[in-house]
Write a protein that binds this ligand. Structure first.
Ligand SMILES: [Zn+2]
Length: 465
C-alpha cells in the first residue's frame, strides 16, 4: 500500500515522442526509468484533445459527456462577459474520494484553462491553478508536502513546458541536432504561436519540412527539459525520506500535432497524435518492468490511483492494475465549433465518427447538449476507420471498403452502446441559446463567467482571438 501518490501531467506530451514508447531520440531518460521499475500502458488514451475536458476526465473518471466540461471560452456578443463550461453536478471527484479516506490533496497547476472556474478544485485542500513555471510549481508542492509529512498525500502536478511556445534549454535542442539561437521558432510567444496555428489550420500559411524539423527540435528539447524536472521531483521525495512510500504516475492530458493530419498544436482532431498519451506508474512494492498491451482510457486512472492507495472506489472508474479487468474499447470526444467528434479504439482498430453541422444548424451548435447535437445531424455523419496495426499514422480510411464492413459495424455498435449508457450531468452542458454568437445575460446553468485576469491569461496562451 502506498502512502502518497504523485500524479504528474505533462501538457501536450504525445506518447510517440517519449523514448520509453520507442521514440529514437532520448527525450525522457527519467520517465523511462520509472517505466523500467513500474508499469507502462502501451495504448493509453485521453478522452479529448485539449486540456479542460481531458483533465476533468482524469480527475473524475468520467467521459466529457458525463462530466459536462466540453467547451472553451465563449465571448458573448456584447464582449462584456466571457463564459466557459464547468464541471457538472457529479456525485464525487477523485480528490473528494481521497479526502474522504483521510488523504490530503494538493494541485499545483500551470494552465489557465484549469482555474477555479473549471470546478476541479473540489476536494483539494490546496488548489493552485497558476503555480507558474516548473521550478516554482515544484517549490510550492515541496512546501505543501513538508507541512504534513505523516498524512497520506495525493499531489497533482501539471506542467506546461511542452505546450507551445516551446522554450527548451540551448543544450537540449543541441542534443537533438538543433541550434536554439537560429531556430525560427525560438522568438515565438504563445500568442504568436497560437496565431501561426490558426493560419496553418485555415490553410493561410504552410510550413515546409525544414520548418517542421526545427519546430520538433524545440518541442523535443522542451520535453527533455521537463524530464529533468521529474528527476528533481524524485530527488525531493528521496530527500524527504518518502520515496519508498510514494507512487509516481506520469501521463499527459493530450498530445501535440506536427502536421500529421491537418495542423499543428492540439484541440482540433482525435487522431492518435492528440489522444495517444504516455501512462507510466512506478509503485512501491508494485509490479516492475511490466508493459501492458491493449487500449486503456484516462477514465480508469482515478480507479487505478484509488486502488494503489487501498481506497474503496465509489465510482465507475476501473482499477487498471487489478488482474480481473477484461479488455474493453475506449472512447473520446471533442466538441469544437461546427463539429462534434467521437472515437472508439479497440486493440487493433480506431473508428472516428464526426458530425458536421450545416450553417443552417448554426443556431443549435452552441446551447445544446452533445447528445442533442448528435441526434440533430444524424444524416450528416462522416466515418473513418483505421487499422492501427498496419496504419498507425491513420492515413488510409477503410470505412468505405466493403471488406471491412463487419469491423466497421462492430465499432459503430461499440460507440452507440457507450453513448447510450452515458448519463449527462445535472445542469446540462452549456445552455446558452442564440445563433452561435451567444446572447443573453450572465452565465447559465453548466457555465460560469470568468474574469478579466483569466481572460488575459488565455489570450496570452493564444487561446482567444
Ligand atoms: Zn493541455
Amino acid at each position: 500500500m502506498v502512502r502518497g501518490i504523485l500524479l504528474i501531467v505533462i501538457d501536450c506530451l504525445r506518447a510517440d515522442h517519449v523514448s520509453a514508447y520507442g521514440y529514437p531520440r532520448k527525450t525522457t531518460p527519467t520517465i523511462d526509468a520509472l517505466a523500467e521499475n513500474g508499469v507502462l500502458w502501451e495504448s493509453a488514451h485521453s478522452t479529448s484533445s485539449w486540456t479542460k475536458p481531458s483533465v476533468t476526465s482524469i480527475l473524475t473518471g468520467l467521459y466529457p459527456s458525463e462530466h459536462g466540461s466540453f467547451e472553451g471560452v465563449k465571448r458573448r456578443r456584447n464582449h462584456e462577459a466571457v463564459t466557459t463550461d464547468r464541471l457538472g453536478n457529479i456525485p464525487q471527484t477523485l480528490s473528494e474520494q481521497f479526502t474522504g479516506a483521510g488523504w490530503r490533496c494538493g494541485a499545483f497547476i500551470n494552465n489557465a484553462q484549469l482555474g477555479e472556474f473549471a470546478g476541479l478544485n473540489r476536494g483539494f485542500d490546496t488548489y493552485i491553478p497558476n503555480a507558474g513555471k516548473a521550478d516554482n510549481l515544484i517549490g510550492l508542492f515541496e512546501k505543501w508536502l513538508e507541512n504534513a509529512p505523516e498524512t497520506p498525500s495525493f499531489g497533482y502536478l501539471h506542467f506546461l513546458e511542452a505546450h507551445w511556445p516551446y522554450k527548451p534549454r540551448r543544450r537540449h535542442v543541441a542534443m537533438f541536432g538543433g541550434d536554439r539561437d537560429t531556430n525560427e521558432f525560438s522568438p515565438y510567444s504563445a500568442r504568436e504561436f497560437g496565431e501561426l496555428r490558426r493560419e496553418v489550420t485555415r490553410k493561410q500559411r504552410t510550413l515546409d519540412d525544414a520548418q517542421m524539423t526545427q519546430m520538433i527540435q524545440m518541442y523535443d528539447g522542451a520535453v527533455r527539459r521537463l524530464d529533468g524536472k521529474v528527476k528533481l521531483l524524485k530527488a525531493i521525495l528521496e530527500k524527504l525520506g518518502v520515496s519508498d512510500e510514494f507512487a509516481i504516475v506520469v501521463t499527459a492530458d493530450h498530445g501535440e500535432e506536427f502536421l500529421d493530419h491537418v495542423s499543428i498544436g492540439h484541440g482540433h482532431t482525435l487522431y492518435d497524435e492528440l489522444t495517444h498519451v504516455p501512462l507510466i506508474a512506478q509503485i512501491p512494492g508494485g509490479p516492475s518492468g511490466v508493459r501492458v498491451d491493449g487500449p486503456v482510457s484516462h477514465v480508469d486512472l482515478a480507479g487505478t490511483l484509488l486502488g494503489m492507495a487501498g481506497i474503496e472506489n465509489q465510482g465507475a472508474s476501473r482499477n487498471l492494475l487489478s488482474a480481473d479487468q477484461p479488455p474493453r474499447p475506449v472512447f473520446g470526444e471533442l466538441r469544437m465549433g461546427r463539429r462534434y467528434q467521437q472515437f472508439a479504439r479497440s486493440a487493433r482498430w480506431k473508428l472516428h465518427r464526426t458530425c458536421k453541422f450545416e450553417p443552417t444548424n448554426g443556431e443549435i451548435v452552441r446551447g445544446e447538449s452533445p447528445r442533442r447535437l448528435f441526434a440533430s445531424c444524424a444524416q450528416n455523419i462522416e466515418l473513418q476507420l483505421f487499422d492501427m496495426l498496419r496504419d498507425p499514422m491513420e492515413q488510409r480510411n477503410l470505412a468505405n471498403d466493403a471488406k471491412y464492413s463487419g469491423i466497421l459495424k462492430t465499432h459503430i455498435n461499440d460507440l452507440d452502446r457507450w453513448w447510450s449508457g452515458i448519463e449527462t450531468p445535472d445542469g446540462d452542458v452549456s445552455l446558452s441559446g442564440g445563433d452561435g454568437s451567444l446572447s443573453g445575460e450572465g452565465a447559465v446553468a453548466g457555465e460560469v463567467e470568468i474574469d478579466e485576469k483569466v481572460i488575459q491569461r488565455l489570450y496570452d496562451l493564444g487561446y482567444i482571438d
